[in-house]
Design a protein around this ligand. Structure first.
Ligand SMILES: [Cu+2]
Length: 159
């Protein structure tokens, strides 16, 4: 019985996660980036994070974008917008999801078009309650523009 390459890749990632030193351990699953169209300036990255102890996602970096921020969606009357947040609380053992309707990672100033099927490297910096920092490298899969459409479009939102 043969595993498909994608499954083998995921298994390897899980094993690598388990092999990390026993500091704060945060697992990241289902990381994906929304595909962009040519000349689009920014796009969003989404994932589910689970920390083993109370922690905070403090920053994200990626070689595909000049600036990476963590945003939250805001509603001002009927107008949807977003703003930068200074960190995302990751309570111990609780899965925290960044999705197109809430918190998300904003990749701003894209160096190139991000195409469906590409992998986007993301480096997450997570700080535990004692201030110890951990970095987690993730390969986020690029999904089609309309994947899990949240009824809004980043390109038309104010920052
Ligand atoms: Cu945003």
């Amino acid at each position: 019985m043969s595993m498909q390459p994608i499954k083998r890749g995921l298994a390897a990632l899980v094993l690598m996660g388990l092999a990390l030193p026993a500091l704060a351990q945060t697992t990241v699953s289902d990381a994906w980036v929304r595909a962009s169209v040519p000349h689009q300036q920014s796009t969003g990255a989404f994932m589910t994070l689970t920390a083993s102890s109370d922690s905070k996602l403090v920053s994200v970096a990626s070689p595909v974008a000049k600036t990476v921020q963590v945003h939250e969606m805001t509603m001002n009357g009927d107008v949807m917008g977003m703003r930068e947040v200074k960190g995302v609380e990751l309570p111990a053992g609780k899965a925290v999801t960044l999705d197109p309707n809430g918190l998300h990672v904003m990749l701003m100033g894209l160096n190139n078009q991000v195409k469906e099927g590409d992998k986007v490297p993301l480096t997450l910096t997570i700080e535990d309650a004692k201030g110890a920092k951990e970095t987690v490298d993730v390969q986020a899969e690029v999904r089609a523009l309309n994947a899990e459409a949240g009824g809004h479009d980043h390109m038309h939102m104010k920052h």
